[in-house]
Design a binder for this molecule. Structure first.
Ligand code: 5GP
Length: 202
């Protein structure tokens, strides 16, 4: 993992959303982009994992070869990056993505894992960090299986990872339970709007 300097991103606004697979992050992100009263730009992450059937390069992720990813890492192109789920696959937030949000005068919305979020907390302590959780492990498992994209082995690994990620949930500024999609989205919108109002009141 490589961290960037705090000063470089001091004037930036970040919303960092983490939560175990199956906590409904991707759906929530879509909804936030549609309905947030505050301008949000989703940071498209880079990954070495192969695309799933419905995924498009440059929209869901930038799909990079391991060699390209390593080269960009060495060049310091990432705000944060990490090997996720012990699969050998790397994921990372490109600085160019958060710069894109800055240019547009928007908040950068990062959907990243706990390791990445901890790195962003160090680099950008002002980031609004939100841990999204389902109410029970049975709920997580059901969502992963319903998605139908992963083998049972991968699902088991994701569940084990979810247990580990939950241990870090207290490091986040906010925790939101995603039992009800509308309610979770509303809660997150309120968190962002309150912060935006505080910034404008200064
Ligand atoms: P998936 O392979 O299911 O798309 O994502 C697996 C995990 O990688 C998720 O927990 C997701 O939050 C995390 N992830 C996606 N993009 C990034 C990133 O840029 N950095 C980090 N650290 N994790 C990421």
């Amino acid at each position: 993992m490589n961290d960037s300097s705090t000063a470089e991103f001091a004037d930036m606004r970040f919303v960092v959303l983490s939560g175990p697979s199956g906590s409904g992050k991707t759906t929530i992100v879509q909804r936030l982009l549609e309905c947030s009263p505050v301008k949000l730009v989703k940071s498209v992450s880079a990954t070495t994992r192969p695309p799933r059937k419905t995924e498009r390069d440059g929209e869901d992720y930038y799909f990079l070869s391991a060699a390209d990813f390593a080269a960009r890492r060495a060049a310091g192109d990432f705000l944060e990056c990490a090997e996720v789920h012990a699969t050998g696959n790397w994921y990372g937030t490109l600085k160019s993505e958060v710069e894109r949000a800055r240019r547009l005068g928007a908040w950068a919305l990062l959907e990243i894992d706990v390791q990445g979020a901890l790195a962003v907390m160090r680099t950008a302590p002002q980031a609004l960090t939100i841990f999204l959780r389902a109410s029970s492990e049975a709920d997580y498992a059901a969502r992963l299986r319903h998605r139908g994209t992963d083998s049972e082995e991968v699902i088991q690994r994701r569940l084990a990872n979810a247990r580990k990620e939950l241990e870090y949930s207290d490091c986040y500024k906010f925790q939101v339970v995603n039992d009800d999609l509308d309610h979770a989205v509303e809660e997150i919108v309120n968190i962002i709007s309150s912060r935006e109002a505080e910034i404008h009141a200064r």
